[in-house]
Design a binder for this molecule. Structure first.
Ligand code: KG4
Ligand code: ZN
Length: 333
């Protein structure tokens, strides 16, 4: 079954065609970074307008890149939430219209579930069960994944997501938007031990996160050390990053221990982080864990992950009504 996936939850318009939930035939992403960059963050109204312009060309590109005719698409899946409502509506409404016009089955997909199962589209999908860290700009959580149909949220952030903390710290340091990749690169030139930022573990034996205190600590440091903020920007980035990594890596490996899993995975935009990948490779190996990391193209927002999850849902007989609405937030996925 070839599923056309559509993703428009934030600042990327994406379409992809995935065969049988596993084989990516095409994956097209139109990024809006250049549009939002001058504002230091995503401007929802501008994002919605850009999705309207981009959705048809991106879907056409996905169909063309797959070398298919429109008649060869068997089903449609689109992100239903969470995300920016105005943005979600574009992709979701397009998917409804496309499916209705062509008489195809279609299903709404949770964006976080898409990220969670994105690891299954890479070259090295973990066998079930495994524990996964999902770290993106809007969410940070740890999941126990038992099968394609079953996952359990073990803990999540009580305030900022890890990627959000990266973006906010980058903004404080005047590094622009989006901040994750910039801090990642800058941190490699800094000394992570130069400044001792707090490690927000909350209870060390639980799986919830909190990054807003760390963000405030960095802000306070910048305000009280204005010269250092200019001259030792790389040290601040490295010290901040190491604090985030200590927490993310500890919680993921601890979850694997508690759940008795020998396999761990990391997914979401922050999974692209070089230090996180390095730390997981070494710390995971030290505990004899198999560490699974998606290719870069599957870390950030993409529609292949939406098509894959759509395939699982459609296979279970699920269908979404044409009058279904998008949602901005969902407490659990
Ligand atoms: O998954 P994603 O593309 O969108 C959401 O669902 O939020 O994640 C975007 C987030 C942003 O906060 C971005 O700064 C962060 O992922 N990110 C990174 C890196 N690349 C992207 N964070 C740390 N290091 C990176 N290399
Ligand atoms: Zn995402």
């Amino acid at each position: 079954m070839r599923v056309l996936g559509i993703e428009s939850s934030c600042d990327e318009t994406a379409a992809a065609i995935v065969e049988d939930g596993r084989r990516i035939l095409s994956s097209a992403v139109a990024s809006q970074v250049a549009i939002h960059h001058p504002y230091g963050g995503v401007v929802p109204e501008l994002a919605s307008r850009k999705h309207i312009e981009a959705v048809v060309p991106v879907v056409e590109q996905a169909i063309g890149d797959a070398g298919l005719r429109i008649e060869e698409i068997d089903a449609v899946a689109a992100t239903q939430g969470p995300g920016l409502v105005g943005c979600l509506l574009i992709g979701f409404s397009f998917a409804k219209a496309f499916a209705f016009a062509r008489g195809l089955p279609w299903v709404g997909v949770d964006h976080l579930e898409g990220h969670l199962y994105s690891i299954r589209l890479g070259d090295d999908p973990p066998e079930f069960p495994y524990v996964a860290l999902l770290a993106s700009g809007g969410h940070t959580g740890i999941y126990h994944v038992a099968s394609e149909n079953s996952h359990e949220l073990l803990g999540q952030t009580r305030d900022d997501a890890a990627g959000e903390a990266y973006d906010k710290v980058a903004k404080m340091l005047g590094l622009g938007y989006p901040g994750g990749a910039v801090i990642d690169h800058l941190a490699a030139q800094g000394n992570a031990d130069a400044i001792a930022f707090t490690r927000p573990y909350l209870e060390k034996d639980q799986f919830d996160f909190s990054f807003s205190g760390l963000k405030t600590a960095v802000n306070r440091y910048i305000q009280t050390h204005p010269q250092a903020a200019e001259e030792r920007c790389a040290d601040i980035a490295a010290a901040f990053q190491e604090a985030v990594m200590d927490v993310l890596v500890h919680k993921l490996l601890y979850a694997a221990e508690v759940k008795g899993c020998s396999r761990v995975a990391v997914v979401g935009g922050v999974a692209a982080n070089r230090r996180l990948r390095e730390r997981l490779a070494t710390d995971g190996a030290a505990r004899s864990l198999a560490v699974h990391m998606p290719p870069m193209a599957l870390c950030g927002d993409n529609a292949a992950m939406i098509a894959a999850v759509g395939y699982y849902h459609l296979g279970r007989g699920e269908r979404t009504d044409l009058d279904a609405d998008v949602y901005s937030r969902k407490p659990r996925c």
